[in-house]
Write a new protein. Structure first.
Length: 431
């Protein structure tokens, strides 16, 4: 078994840098805080920062793993000079709470990351978009903002000249989608925009070029600028450098947040970080990156958690939400749980999304209740196939992928439900 690689003081560490008294500006500065911002403004300049981030290989931690520098570069190339930056800490996907922890454990690091990114893309206004349920974290961030402003890092007359504003996300999953986020910042409902033509890098906030980056992506930026791309590359894999804050949940003994180098195996995260499966049971399945990426069976537990390796294996790193299911889990119930989540969270703007997710949930519920037929199993598969790619955002496709992958790997469980006329693992049908 691969040994857990414990991060040391010298490593890229998002969570460890300022774990003691995270609001302390002095503590942050003692550990190299704000060196990156000063270096960006005084010596590297926008193109120098972009090149350092490019060389570092940093990829987005918000779900898609898009190279961070590329998004910045798209905005930098726009003729329009009024630009915006949004930091995405909406975070409402099941099993994900890493950004919450970063807001709490290292707010100055995130502020510095936002300021460096805004400076690089030429945005003199940036928004911190934070889940409305994260009340304490928002208050924490507000205090850190007050302190960093007083220290002269942002605001009118500061060296950066950037203004920062906290914006409350309504606490719905879809509000984290980048164009829905822009709608909320502009004061409207969280409903994704049509892409094309409304790509944020071209027509973003108030129609201006806008970068939307995840809070964890931005938290990585101060280290890269301060220590250089090579230092960042020294941890993780060449194609997936750095660390990721994995949110480990489900049937493990010690669920929680674990920052590990990218490329750490799933088995290491489950067995060493999570101390194995609850009640000595064996592993059945894992969502390695949240429920919007395909589930994998226990036989694939030696896969490494990195962007390209998981993609090649037919799944994805997503948000790094590792959701573990033991042999005691009913996979039809698991499918219902996520299908219902997506149905409830669908904003209703695209009929195939609301109707499709509700329809899929209803057939699954029929199967779980023991009233399904083999035709219903086929219908679940066909419905997933039919709705994929038909919504304005990825929510509908993510829903279809979750259900389809569960059915793909655990079809026998669906057939057992139909054959037995009941759930073999439960005496109670799901409510
Ligand atoms: C339905 C939906 C919800 C999303 N929720 C979040 C979220 O809460 N936080 C986040 O950073 N990205 C979320 N994303 C991805 C964002 O649209 C966007 O890709 C991301 O913020 C980009 O940041 P990154 O390039 O730094 O990863 C979501 C996407 C979809 C389709």
């Amino acid at each position: 078994m691969e040994a857990t690689r414990i991060l040391t003081e010298k490593d890229v560490s998002l969570t460890g840098l300022c774990a003691v008294s995270p609001l302390s500006y002095e503590n942050y500065v003692l550990k190299g805080g704000y060196v990156g911002l000063t270096k960006a403004i005084d010596s590297l300049g926008p193109s120098g920062v972009r090149d350092a981030v490019k060389a570092s290989g940093l990829r987005g931690r918000g779900g898609a793993g898009f190279p961070t520098w590329k998004k910045w570069d798209m905005v930098m190339r726009q003729a329009e000079k009024k630009r915006y930056l949004c930091c995405n800490a909406a975070e409402d996907e099941p099993g994900t709470f890493k950004d919450r922890y970063l807001l709490r454990s290292n707010p100055h690091q995130l502020i510095e990351g936002v300021l460096i990114a805004a400076f690089t893309v030429g945005a003199n206004e940036a928004y911190l978009f934070i889940n409305c349920r994260y009340e304490e974290e928002r208050a924490f961030m507000a205090e850190a903002l007050r302190i960093s402003k007083a220290a002269g890092h942002w605001g009118e007359g500061s060296a950066s000249g950037i203004t920062l504003t906290i914006c409350e996300s309504p606490g719905s999953y879809v509000a984290g989608e980048e164009t829905a986020l822009l709608e909320v910042v502009e004061g409207r409902e969280a409903k994704p925009r049509q892409k094309p033509p409304y790509y944020p890098t071209m027509h973003g906030l108030y129609g201006k070029p806008t970068v939307v980056n995840n809070a964890e992506s931005l938290s990585n930026v101060p280290f890269i600028v301060r220590e250089g791309a090579e230092a960042f590359q020294a941890v993780g894999l060449p194609s997936s450098p750095g660390t990721m804050v994995f949110t480990l949940t489900g049937d493990v003994n010690v669920p929680g947040l674990y920052e590990r180098p990218l490329g750490t195996s799933l088995r290491t995260v489950i067995d060493d970080c999570g101390e194995g499966i609850k009640n000595g049971a064996s592993l059945k399945a894992v969502f390695p990156g949240g429920p919007s990426v395909p589930v994998i069976p226990a036989s694939q537990v030696d896969l490494r958690l990195d962007f390209d390796g998981l993609k090649a294996a037919g799944t994805g790193l997503g948000t790094g939400a590792v959701i573990v299911m033991s042999e005691a889990s009913c996979m039809v119930q698991t499918a219902i749980q996520y299908a219902r989540f997506f149905a409830n969270e669908s904003c209703g703007q695209c009929p195939p999304c609301k109707l499709g997710t509700v329809h899929i949930s209803e057939i699954l519920e029929k199967i779980e209740a023991g009233q399904g037929t083999s035709g219903d199993i086929k219908l679940v598969r066909q419905s997933c196939e039919m709705v994929k790619g038909r919504g304005q955002c990825f929510l509908l496709t993510g829903a279809a992928i979750a259900v389809e992958s569960i059915l793909g790997h655990f079809r026998h469980e669906f057939e057992e439900h139909v054959g037995a006329g009941r759930c073999p693992l439960s005496s109670q049908p799901v409510a």
